[in-house]
Design a protein around this ligand. Structure first.
Ligand code: 5GP
Ligand code: ZN
Length: 140
């Protein structure tokens, strides 16, 4: 898609520090890393968000991300990693070409867990929420 930064990277029209180049997916270093080795994994084909992707491609993207994450962790000697997607503006997505962040974690790096991305302080009735959600999974 013209004007999409990550399509430009996928097509080699924009420089990147690519570390994995597969047929359908690729991985390159985030230009503003929040940890050494912060990596982005993308499908070469343009989809704005995860919600726009066909399920088989979602599967391939996550397989690629898991493979890349393990290699990044091993090669950099990280102690673990966070793997995540900012899906939609409300979730902090800035580049609307779906991408998975791999954030290597190091002892004492001062970061938190995935639960630190939102700060809900209310009380939730879990059964009421579950009752609202279950119909979405009911077979037609
Ligand atoms: P988002 O908030 O959309 O999940 O994150 C987009 C990420 O892309 C950010 O972490 C940002 O640093 C990174 N980024 C933005 N533009 C470029 C670029 O041109 N090249 C690379 N390698 N990363 C980029
Ligand atoms: Zn794109």
């Amino acid at each position: 898609m013209s004007g999409c930064l990550f399509c430009q990277i996928a097509q080699g029209e924009r420089p990147s520090h690519t570390i994995f180049a597969g047929d359908g997916e690729m991985a390159f270093l985030d230009i503003f890393p929040c940890a050494p080795g912060h990596t982005l994994v993308i499908p070469r084909q343009h989809y704005a968000t995860l919600s726009d992707m066909p399920p088989e491609e979602v599967g391939r993207l996550f397989q690629a991300a898991a493979m890349v994450a393990a290699k990044v962790q091993g090669a950099l000697g990280a102690a673990g990693f966070n793997l995540g997607i900012n899906n939609g503006k409300a979730a902090g997505q800035e580049v609307f070409h779906v991408h998975i962040h791999i954030i290597p974690r190091y002892p004492g790096d001062g970061g938190g867990s995935m639960k630190s991305v939102a700060h809900f302080k209310g009380k939730e009735n879990l059964e009421a929420i579950a009752a609202k959600l279950r119909p979405a999974f009911a077979s037609p």
